[in-house]
Design a protein around this ligand. Structure first.
Ligand SMILES: [Zn+2]
Length: 272
């Protein structure tokens, strides 16, 4: 499942293949942008912004190919003549240079925007956990703006901090021993949770197996996807619920009721 680390790796691979290169083919297979053709333009760079990916080309005031992998999307880089590892009918964007063929398959979002529209497209995102401008204080400030919101939702909201997907939100709550429905304002150590998020994405950005346990071969996650096997630490059956809201997608939430007990806030004493 694509999270910030997956997108970071995709952007790195696209950057290596495209940056500074002239496009010899540009085929955007989305009806609205079917006539777009940047053949002859030079690509400047490919960058990740949270879970969004921007391919910037055509100079300072040029264009962006803006994509989001959502659930199934991926970008591949091939040599000319190399067999694609996904069927061609699933290709949504094909960019070629003299030495590479870059193909985006099943992209959940794919559009072409001008550089000037970039801020509208990704400006709403909170600090990027893997970005050069990562700002923990700003992420904390944004999280604390909604103290009543369950932490399991707040971590997933890309406007607070960008890059955490469903796997990480579950694992981060587990690693800090926090029940995911705990309101943000009652999380005992929010700064530690934010710092841990960055560390996990950093540690995993160069790997293809995502691990939060230090183990890369099996048992690489503590609770995510373990509703049948139980918590990796204590073997208690892992709870599986759906948690989402207006601003986040409804997704599976895994947690260990033993390692992440729900701590009720003490009742406020009514003043006489
Ligand atoms: Zn447990």
């Amino acid at each position: 499942m694509p999270e910030g680390d997956t997108v970071w790796r995709a952007a790195r691979d696209l950057h290596r293949a495209l940056a500074g290169k002239v496009l010899t083919r540009c085929d955007v297979r989305v009806p609205r942008f079917a006539t777009v053709d940047f053949t002859g333009d030079t690509v400047q760079e490919a960058v990740a912004r949270g879970k969004h990916l921007l391919i910037r080309g055509g100079g300072e005031d040029g264009w962006d190919i803006h994509s989001h992998l959502k659930m199934e999307g991926l970008w591949h880089v091939y040599a000319h003549g190399e067999k694609w590892r996904r069927p061609a009918f699933k290709a949504r964007c094909i960019l070629e240079t003299e030495d590479a063929v870059v193909v985006g398959f099943e992209l959940g979002l794919l559009r072409v925007i001008s550089r000037a529209e970039e801020d509208d497209a990704v400006g709403f995102l909170g600090p990027d956990l893997l970005g050069p401008d990562w700002d923990a204080e700003e992420a904390l400030r944004r999280l604390r703006e909604q103290p009543e919101r369950p932490i399991g939702l707040a971590l997933l909201d890309q406007r607070n901090l960008a890059g955490i997907g469903n796997v990480y939100r579950c694992e981060i709550c587990f690693l800090t021993g926090v029940h995911p429905l705990t309101p943000v304002g009652e999380v005992p150590n929010l700064p530690r949770m934010v710092e841990l998020s960055r560390k996990l994405l950093e540690a995993n950005k160069l790997r293809t197996t995502r691990a939060t346990t230090g183990q890369l071969r099996g048992n690489n996650l503590w609770v995510y996807g373990r509703s049948k096997r139980g918590c990796l630490r204590c073997k208690t059956p892992v709870a599986l619920e759906q948690l989402g809201d207006r601003d986040t997608e409804l997704r599976e939430l895994y947690y260990c009721p033993h390692c992440q007990p729900r701590v009720e806030a003490p009742e406020a004493t009514a003043l006489p």
